[in-house]
Design a protein around this ligand. Structure first.
Ligand code: SF4
Length: 370
C-alpha cells in the first residue's frame, strides 16, 4: 500500500499546491498575528517555514462528537485553519480519510513507522479506561491505540475538552471511566486545547507554532497555551463596560438584553473561563456566544458539565437588590469583581515573569526539525 510520507518543506508543499509567494507571506503574517507575535514577525516565520519539513500528522478520535474536527475543517474560505491542512501531511484521520477498515489501520501503522519520532499526534475525545471495550477502532481499544501512537510521536496535542479534561463522557456518573489523555501520555511533549469545541484558529495556531519554532507554545498549569488561554473571556469581553457600571440583563428578553448589557446575572461564566473567544471569535471572526446574546458556558474549564454551565433560573440568586436575594446578588457580584481583580494581578505577574518573543528571537529560530 502506498502511504503519503512527508516530503519537502512546508513552503515547497504550499507552492506545489498553487500558493503564490505573496499569499505565502500574507499567511505567515496571519500566523504571527494569531500567535500574538510582534509586527514584522511574518517574514521571520516565512524564513523558518522554508526550512521546516512538512510534518506527518496522525489524528485519533476517541469518545467524542466530531465537533473538534468540524471546528478546524469547516472553513469555507482560505483561512489559517484551511491553510494548515496544506502545511501538514494528514496521514490518518477517521472522519477525513478515504480509506476505511483494515486498510486505514495499515496506513496508520505505515505512516507511524515511516515517521517514527517525528510525527505530530492529535487526539480528540476522552479515553474509556474503566471499560476499554466501550470504545474500539478496528477492534483496538482506544487505550492501546493511544499508547502505541504516542510512543513514536514528537508531540501530542489534546484537542477539545473531552481529550483535555474528560468532558461530557467524563461527566457523572462517568459510566466508561473516561479520563483525559494526559492520564496516559506522560513522557511526550503534550499541549491541551480545551473547548467544546476549541476555536479552529487555536488548533491551527498551535500547529503553526510547532512548525515555526520546533516546540509547543508556553503553557499554563493545565497545559493550555498562554497565548490563547492566558486571559478570561471576561477580561476581553465587549460587554465589560456594562459589568463595571453594574448594568445587567435580568432575563433574555428584557430591556437590558436588548441594550446589550452584561449577562452575568444570566449565568455567564466569562469571569472564570480562560479562552480566546472574545478576541479570535468564531466563523472567521464573525461572532461568539456572548455577542449572540448567550452567556459563556465555561466549556474550556475542567469542571465543564459537572460544574454546570447552563442557565438555571432556580439557581440564580439575582433579582431586585433587596432582602435575602439582594444580599445573595451582592455577594455574587462581589465574587465576580474579586475574581476580575485577582485575574488582573495574575496577568501582571505572568507578564513580569514571561519575556515576550521578539523578532530577533524568531530570526534565530531553526524552525521545526521533526
Ligand atoms: S460577565 Fe459575561 S457578559 Fe458580562 S462582561 Fe463578563 S464575560 Fe461579558
Amino acid at each position: 500500500m502506498e502511504v503519503a510520507i512527508a516530503k519537502g518543506t512546508v513552503y515547497e508543499a504550499l507552492r506545489a499546491g498553487g500558493m503564490s509567494r505573496r499569499a505565502f507571506l500574507q499567511a505567515c503574517a496571519a500566523i504571527g498575528a494569531a500567535l500574538a507575535l510582534p509586527p514584522g514577525s511574518g517574514r521571520a516565520i516565512a524564513q523558518a517555514l522554508t526550512r521546516t519539513p512538512r510534518p506527518s500528522v496522525i489524528w485519533l478520535s476517541f469518545q467524542e462528537c466530531t465537533g473538534c474536527t468540524e471546528s478546524l475543517s469547516r472553513a469555507h474560505a482560505p483561512t489559517l485553519e484551511s491553510l494548515i491542512f496544506d502545511m501538514i501531511s494528514l496521514d490518518y484521520h477517521h472522519t477525513l480519510q478515504a480509506a476505511a477498515g483494515a486498510a486505514a489501520e495499515e496506513a496508520r501503522r505505515e505512516a507511524m513507522a515511516a515517521n517514527h519520532g517525528r510525527y505530530i499526534l492529535i487526539v480528540d475525545g476522552s479515553l474509556p479506561v474503566g471499560q476499554p471495550a466501550y470504545s474500539t477502532i478496528a477492534g483496538i481499544s482506544n487505550l492501546a491505540m493511544l499508547q502505541e501512537a504516542a510512543a513514536g510521536a514528537a508531540a501530542v496535542i489534546a484537542v477539545g475538552s473531552c481529550a483535555a479534561f474528560g468532558g461530557l463522557p467524563g461527566a457523572a456518573p462517568n459510566p466508561t471511566g473516561a479520563v483525559p489523555i494526559s492520564a496516559v501520555v506522560r513522557n511526550r511533549p503534550l499541549v491541551t486545547l480545551p473547548g467544546c469545541p476549541p476555536i479552529g484558529a487555536v488548533i491551527a495556531g498551535t500547529l503553526a507554532h510547532f512548525l515555526t519554532f520546533g516546540r509547543l507554545p508556553e503553557c499554563d498549569p493545565l497545559g493550555r497555551p498562554r497565548v490563547f488561554y492566558g486571559e478570561t473571556i471576561h477580561d476581553r469581553c465587549y460587554r465589560r463596560p456594562f459589568y463595571d457600571r453594574g448594568l445587567f440583563a435580568d432575563t433574555f428578553d428584557d430591556e437590558g438584553a436588548r441594550q446589550g448589557w452584561c449577562l452575568y446575572k444570566l449565568g455567564c461564566k466569562g469571569p472564570t473561563t480562560y479562552n480566546a473567544c472574545a478576541t479570535l471569535k468564531w466563523n472567521g471572526g464573525v461572532s461568539f456566544p456572548i455577542q449572540s446574546g448567550h452567556g459563556c458556558l465555561g466549556c474550556s474549564q475542567p469542571d465543564f458539565w459537572d460544574g454546570g454551565g447552563f442557565y438555571r433560573a432556580a439557581a440564580l440568586p439575582f433579582g431586585p437588590l433587596t432582602g435575602t436575594a439582594g444580599i445573595a446578588a451582592a455577594a455574587g457580584l462581589a465574587t465576580g469583581t474579586a475574581m476580575a481583580v485577582a485575574n488582573r494581578k495574575k496577568r501582571a505577574a505572568a507578564k513580569r515573569a514571561h519575556q515576550p518573543i521578539t523578532v530577533a528571537d524568531l530570526e534565530k529560530s531553526p524552525g521545526a526539525q521533526p
